[in-house]
Design a protein around this ligand. Structure first.
Ligand SMILES: O=P(O)(O)OC[C@H]1O[C@](O)(COP(=O)(O)O)[C@@H](O)[C@@H]1O
Length: 519
């Protein structure tokens, strides 16, 4: 191991050690070996300034940034403050514990590789601290643990090996292909082809979403009426709040065109359309999707998402008329979630993420914008068995049934099965609320019949179950429910297995009073 020298990153443009250079760029820090074998930053998408700027807490950092946590050679969440090399502290006050970490990392970061526990270096890896703790306050005498985020690179092996070790180098299509091979029944080529188009649709919508205010795409598509929104009404919401946004229309158009172009889709059903669309007789798959979830958040640049589910086609249309192909597409779109071949969502937030499952666990990919590729950053996501966060629009508290009120009252006060008091987090964007729940645990819910079984509840329930969690309508397992109509709406409760199980034990949790809320 030749790179056991200290590596410090003063606020200068470039520093080098014999085998590694670190460049400070406006967008972050780019670390690479001078031998050109391995680089961190560009190839792996680790961007230190980005981590810090976009992720004000350790939790956010781990939600959106490809970092691995190591200490003493073992993967673990925290190291004790006293185990932490003092170089990770930023100022004298922070070192003495007088103040929390405030100053920007990039101007102070100093890493001594020699300080990294020797066990961790045994395999020739260099560990680079990409996000020294910054989320927890520490005071003298307070023994609370603090987190250190580190990325590891093996300088003694090829880039490919290092990438595998980091699990950051695997592109989405490779993972989809590998997942298909695990299941002999799946037509791997078709599924890879489909995901090539799904990820293209996601990237396209992500780009449009991020540029919406620059391109005049904020606001409603039509000032009056619901703009033809497929699922409008149905007891789910007020007419005003169900109106289509311009971006709903644009995103819907993008997804339909890109997926229809894949050559492997037989029918598409969009949350934005009244009826499914028949695409082609030869297609293997039926795709259901919500092109832009949480779109009412768009004008405030709050996270939004996309949700999709993939089914195998069943049979063939009875004729070629529009009526018979539509009828066939409808029947194919009404399959229960338990038969999903794949499902997932995209999150448009500080990072664009694509989280998917093909029935062998749930995996998260982050869009490396410098490469234009989704890289595997969250392999095999496991939702904590129990969490400490609940997510619900509790402005509706007085419309809730007693069972749900009791449940929320109990967990807020630490009187539930978990003696800890729960905190509330609600973004009002299903994808974002579920994504956080998936990573941190807890329970996310919409207790009224608002979310669509076909487009929202089933794919999200599938993803959560594949991560070891539970998804329910308060009484039944979501993916077991056979949809009776395309835009059927249900209450949805999902998250950590124990939390959802506990909620169900309160019995009366579905909100039946469901007036047309205006916001
Ligand atoms: O108004 P509520 O009941 O809090 O509903 C919010 C939920 O509605 C959604 O915006 C979806 O609603 P739409 O399907 O009408 O877009 C979710 O993203 C969010 O979780």
């Amino acid at each position: 191991m030749t790179a056991m020298t200290s590596l410090s990153l003063p606020p200068r443009r470039q520093v080098s050690s014999p085998s590694m250079s670190v460049e400070r760029r406006t967008s972050g820090l780019l670390c690479s070996t001078s031998g050109g074998k391995v680089s961190i930053g560009k190839s792996f998408g680790v961007d230190i300034d980005h981590t810090r700027a976009m992720a004000p807490s350790r939790r956010s950092a781990s939600a959106g940034v490809p970092v691995a946590l190591f200490s003493g050679g073992k993967k673990q969440k925290f190291i004790k403050k006293e185990d932490e090399p003092k170089e990770y502290w930023q100022t004298a006050d922070e070192r003495s514990g007088k103040s929390p970490l405030l100053s920007p990392i990039s101007t102070h970061l100093s890493i001594k590789l020699a300080d990294v526990p020797s066990k961790a270096l045994g395999d020739g890896s260099v560990y680079i601290c990409v996000a020294p703790r910054q989320s927890r306050r520490w005071s003298p005498g307070n023994q609370r643990t603090r987190s250190v985020h580190m990325a590891a690179v093996d300088l003694s092996e090829s880039t490919a090996v290092a990438e595998t070790k980091l699990k950051l180098g695997s592109g989405l299509l490779k993972v989809v292909g590998d997942e298909c091979k695990r299941d002999g029944g799946l037509a791997a080529a078709g599924m890879v082809q489909l995901f090539a188009h799904i990820q293209l649709a996601v990237k396209s919508v992500s780009s449009v979403v991020s540029r919406a205010s620059l391109e005049g795409l904020m606001g409603y598509y039509e000032e009056v009426g619901d703009g033809g929104r497929g699922g409008g009404g149905g007891g789910g919401g007020g007419a005003e709040r169900d109106k289509q946004k311009k971006l709903d229309v644009v995103a819907n158009d993008i997804v339909k065109r890109v997926l229809a172009d894949s050559g492997v889709v037989a029918a598409l059903a969009s949350e934005e359309d009244e009826e499914p669309v028949f695409v082609a007789n030869g297609g293997e798959y039926v795709v259901v999707f919500d092109p832009l979830d949480g779109s009412r958040n768009i004008d405030a640049s709050i996270p939004t998402g996309m949700i999709f589910g993939v089914y195998a086609r069943i049979g063939t249309p009875s004729g070629s008329s529009s009526a018979s192909t539509t009828e066939w597409s409808l029947a194919n779109s009404l399959q229960p979630g338990s038969t999903l071949l794949a499902g997932g969502y995209a999150l448009f937030s500080s990072a664009t993420m694509l989280v998917l499952s093909l029935g062998h666990g749930t995996h998260g990919f982050t869009l490396d914008t410098s490469l234009g590729e989704f890289l595997l950053t969250h392999p095999n996501i496991q939702i904590p068995k129990r969490g400490q966060i609940y997510s619900v629009n509790d402005g509706r508290y007085f419309d809730w049934p007693q069972g749900l009120r009791n449940y929320i009252d109990d967990i807020r006060q630490g009187k539930g099965q978990n003696p800890k008091k729960y905190s509330a987090r609600y973004i009002c964007s299903l994808v974002a609320d579920v994504h956080r729940t998936l990573l941190y645990g807890g329970i996310a819910m919409n207790p009224r019949s608002h979310l669509r079984l076909v487009y929202e509840c089933n794919p999200m329930g599938f993803i959560v179950e594949q991560a070891g969690g539970k998804a329910s309508d308060g009484k039944r397992r979501i993916v077991d429910i056979k949809p009776s109509k395309l835009h059927e709406r249900l209450p949805l409760f999902l998250g950590s297995f124990d939390d959802v199980h506990e909620l169900e034990s309160y019995g009366d949790v579905q909100q039946v009073v469901n007036p047309g809320y205006q916001v």
